[in-house]
Design a protein around this ligand. Structure first.
Ligand SMILES: Nc1ncnc2c1ncn2[C@@H]1O[C@H](COP(=O)(O)OP(=O)(O)OP(=O)(O)O)[C@@H](O)[C@H]1O
Ligand SMILES: [Mg+2]
Length: 391
């Protein structure tokens, strides 16, 4: 997938700009606070249906303007025509989204057309933050490649909220029948087993990709570990799903709901005392390590950045394996804190000529991130005061 053109009007500090991108590597360079991240934000908006900074839509409107507008033309591999998505975000009133000029009813209808993987410095919380950050990484990545996963997740979320309400009512003395408890234990155990199975499988695919990036970056000096830890799977390794090459094949083998069902039945008194469901995939985690030590506690800034970056690049590779084409790779301020060797390896890996077609859009304060002859094939854009020029 390739972005051909992005157009901005009153989008953050960009009054008006039209940016052409080329396949391969694109570098948006310029000083701090000039609009580089704003440009990426305008592209990624069409992949997720909202800002990656968690900003409210009104914040995207340029100070003093009534609306913000962004449009994105992109082309799928093997297609001859572009698809155009457009968003108009007024300060007051409803936003308008269109696809090739035809109105879309919601952001949900837009998501799924354009696919991108984004690295931003705030993603470092995937390593340094709590388990929720790591589950969110998996949920976003898996939802993009598997509609079934999204359905299981939605069902889980609904059942969990209902069971928590039931637990609170039971805590207030209301009597709940054994049948009702059983319905929720069974429902959650089934959803939880599927979700855990998808996640564990995804993590093992990701571990392969991350391992390859680290081997290249550090010459084998740092060996990463990624392991999914779940309440919904037995703790013994024999019961963990086998690594697969394609997550789609998971749908053929229903996972065992037994372990979670047992937990959701045996410890109900503790759950009533606590006022919520204590066992399930909403508590799961991914153990990230380097050379056998937990990365969250022991990894340096550069190591943490390398780990998250490798996970994002791995996410793009898995999306390619499953969906047949690479998503657009957006890298915001990725190279600060990475030493020369790591930068060079990542850039070489991204620019590899034998790889399937890939588009990378990277922001940087300096233009000379790409050494030597390679730079001839790179599309440079200079960003200054919300204006974008060729150079
Ligand atoms: N709604 C808005 N209207 C006008 N300007 C805005 C708006 N929102 C943000 N800005 C400004 O946009 C400018 C550029 O922000 P951006 O994050 O794109 O910078 P950047 O080029 O990525 O810089 P850095 O290298 O520091 O990451 C900032 O100075 C910010 O104050
Ligand atoms: Mg920035």
């Amino acid at each position: 997938m390739t972005v051909t053109t992005a157009i901005y009007e009153n989008w953050r500090n960009i009054a008006s700009a039209r940016v052409e991108f080329s396949p391969g590597i694109n570098v948006l360079w310029g000083m701090n606070a000039q609009g580089k991240s704003n440009i990426l934000e305008g592209i990624y908006f069409f992949a997720r249906g909202r800002s990656f900074r968690g900003a409210r839509e009104k914040e995207l409107v340029r100070f003093g303007s009534e609306f913000a507008r962004a449009s994105l033309s992109f082309r799928r591999d093997g297609y001859e025509n572009d698809t155009a998505l457009e968003a108009v975000l007024p300060l007051s009133g409803r936003k308008r989204l269109t696809r090739n000029g035809a109105p879309l009813s919601s952001a949900a209808e837009m998501v799924g057309n354009f696919r991108a993987v984004l690295f931003t410095p705030s993603n470092l919380s995937v390593v340094s933050g709590g388990p929720g950050e790591r589950r969110a990484f998996l949920d976003i990545a898996l939802s993009q490649i598997s509609g079934d996963y999204l359905l299981w997740l939605r069902r889980w979320t609904k059942l969990l909220a209902e069971r928590n309400a039931l637990i609170r009512r039971a805590g207030e003395g209301e009597s709940v029948s054994a049948e009702e408890w059983a319905v929720y234990a069974e429902g959650l155990a089934e959803c939880g087993a599927w979700i855990a199975c998808y996640r564990a499988d995804y993590v093992s695919l990701l571990a392969g990709a991350v391992g390859r990036y680290f081997a290249g970056m550090t010459g084998g000096a740092e060996i990463p570990g990624l392991e999914y830890r779940s309440h919904a799977l037995e703790e013994t390794s024999e019961n963990l799903p086998k690594p697969l090459t394609d997550p789609r094949s998971l749908t053929s083998a229903p996972p065992d709901p037994g372990p979670l069902k047992t937990r959701l039945t045996a410890y109900r008194d503790r759950e009533i005392a606590a006022g919520s469901t204590l066992w399930g995939i909403h508590k799961d985690d991914v153990l990230l390590s380097l050379n056998g030590r937990e990365a969250r506690t022991y990894a340096s800034q550069g190591q943490q950045r390398s780990l998250v970056l490798s996970m994002k690049l791995g996410e793009a590779e898995i999306a390619k394996t499953v969906g047949g084409e690479y998503p657009v790779i957006l890298l915001d301020d990725v190279f600060s804190e990475l030493d020369e060797n790591r930068r060079r390896f990542i850039l070489d890996a991204l620019a590899r000529e034998d790889a399937a077609p890939r588009q990378i859009i990277v922001t940087s304060c300096e233009p000379d991130i790409i050494p030597g002859a390679r730079a001839e094939h790179v599309n440079f854009r200079h960003v200054e005061g919300g204006k974008v020029s060729e150079s």
